[in-house]
Design a protein around this ligand. Structure first.
Ligand SMILES: Cc1cc2nc3c(=O)[nH]c(=O)nc-3n(C[C@H](O)[C@H](O)[C@H](O)COP(=O)(O)OP(=O)(O)OC[C@H]3O[C@@H](n4cnc5c(N)ncnc54)[C@H](O)[C@@H]3O)c2cc1C
Length: 418
């Protein structure tokens, strides 16, 4: 890296750090509402992000809400999940009563580039290749964020800051964010391969994940067709500090691809990538006086399936609305944690409890075969695991899910986002 020569200071209403789905969503909403926004990212776009690239109906709904459904044009349309395990296969269409009946899968190089471009179209100023390296605090308020590019250092002075810098959230850590790894978190990896079946209109998932010795691993493997001659193939599992995954993820992905070879006729694996996934709101310090964390930085990933794009898009919208409603002088420290808790607390609490159960080898060996023989049970499981229960849903499954969430919260030693 060359030594930056120029030092500058710029001012804005809102600085958004991280231009993934979370940051891009927040910046788009804020810019459309007339705010002066800078959207900074350390990477230069288009950039890749290790991901399964799967968009659930909830993510599709949020893109429609953002009026960015054009981003999905040209991408595949999938109808639901073909789930395999314990000698059975089940076809489970997407089944959220108040959500679209289709999902998609778009490589993150393409999706994130389009989302960032939408934010710039809406009026946000993009600073890519600018990494946040330091913060300026005055009486507990974040008065500036120092960004470094190849040739300059810029201090952005903003009235409010949205931190959307992903799972590791270095900036969040500098501001006091703690990720509680005694609560379940994910580790996952993905690769790409060519396949003649890349137009398959179903995503597929294997709940019976085995390593090269045939040992059953907690977790699942997936193949998500991208509709462009490629599939995204990967595997993930859950862990806690007490029960680390101790898995060579790359090897597991390669083994899973070998097992899927006959069905998918896969070409060589490319674009291998992996990352840890903070889940279920197992993060505290999600806000300060004038800053909030969103998306992965706030631990907003579903512990039952590892999806986080929808939450990133949603928390981007919620944060934009929160900042505007509360105004630039309000203290956001508790109000943002409370809002995340109200929105996701119940579902995250029960999901992280169940996540631990379904990734236990012993419990999966007992319950997996029963579940796969009972399509009604799997239909319900798919709905709750796929994050397809919305606040508008009044049916028995939705009510039971919310009730279980409330009961689970009552047992939590640490509430989500606290
Ligand atoms: C292997 C794997 C598979 C997954 N599969 C799926 C899936 O199929 N579907 C799904 O919905 N979710 C999936 N997820 C989760 C999903 O990838 C994340 O939830 C999602 O990317 C979160 O978006 P975000 O905007 O919060 O963060 P990110 O997408 O991580 O974006 C963060 C951005 O911040 C930037 N940044 C970081 N630090 C700085 C800094 N200091 N300064 C400036 N910029 C910075 C980064 O360059 C990046 O662009 C998967 C995750 C993994 C690891």
């Amino acid at each position: 890296m060359t030594t930056p020569t120029a030092h500058e200071t710029v001012r804005t209403d809102v600085l958004v750090v991280g231009a993934g789905p979370g940051g891009a969503s927040a910046a788009t909403h804020l810019a459309r509402l007339g705010r002066d926004v800078i959207l900074a990212d350390g990477a230069t776009f288009p950039r890749d992000k290790a991901c399964g690239d799967g968009l659930t109906p909830r993510a599709v709904a949020e893109l429609e809400h953002l009026k960015l459904d054009h981003v999905l044009q040209g991408g595949p349309v999938n109808k639901g999940l073909r789930g395999y395990g314990f000698g059975k296969a089940l076809v489970l269409p997407w089944n959220g009563p108040h959500l679209p009946k289709h999902g998609s899968a778009i490589a993150r190089t393409v999706l994130d580039n389009a989302l960032r471009a939408a934010a710039l179209d809406a009026g946000a100023t993009g600073l890519d290749g600018h990494r946040a390296i330091d913060v300026v605090l005055y009486r507990g308020k974040l008065t500036g964020v120092v960004l470094r590019s190849a040739d300059r250092i810029v201090t952005v002075e903003a009235k409010q800051v949205i931190v959307a810098d992903g799972g590791k959230s270095h900036l969040g850590r500098q501001l006091g964010r703690t990720w509680h790894q005694e609560t379940v978190f994910g580790v996952a990896s993905r690769a790409y391969a060519t396949s003649p079946n890349a137009d398959d209109p179903w995503i597929t998932s294997h709940l019976e994940l085995r390593d090269e010795t045939g040992r059953m691993m907690g977790g699942y493997g997936w193949v998500f067709p991208l509709g462009n001659g490629l599939v995204n193939i990967g595997a993930g599992t859950l862990a806690t500090k007490k029960r680390p995954a101790n898995i060579n993820l790359r090897k597991l992905t390669e083994e899973y691809a070998r097992q899927r070879q006959d069905e998918w006729q896969l070409g060589d694996l490319t674009g291998y990538g992996s990352a840890p996934l903070p889940m279920g709101g197992a993060v505290s310090g999600v806000a300060g006086k004038n800053w909030v964390l969103i998306g992965d930085a706030a631990g907003c990933i579903n512990p039952l399936n590892g999806e986080g794009i929808d939450y990133a898009l949603e928390t981007g919208r919620l944060a934009a609305e929160h900042l505007i409603e509360r105004g630039p002088l309000a203290d956001l420290t508790t109000s943002w944690a409370d809002e995340l808790y109200a929105e996701y607390g119940e579902a995250f609490s029960i999901a992280r409890r169940l996540g631990i159960l379904i990734t236990s080898e012993r419990i999966m060996k007992m319950s997996g075969p029963i579940g796969m023989r009972t399509p009604g049970v799997m239909k319900v499981a798919f709905r709750v695991m796929g994050n397809l229960v919305t606040p508008e849903d009044r049916d028995v499954v939705a009510r039971a899910w919310r009730l279980a969430g409330r009961a689970s919260l009552a047992l939590d030693r640490r509430r989500p986002f606290h």
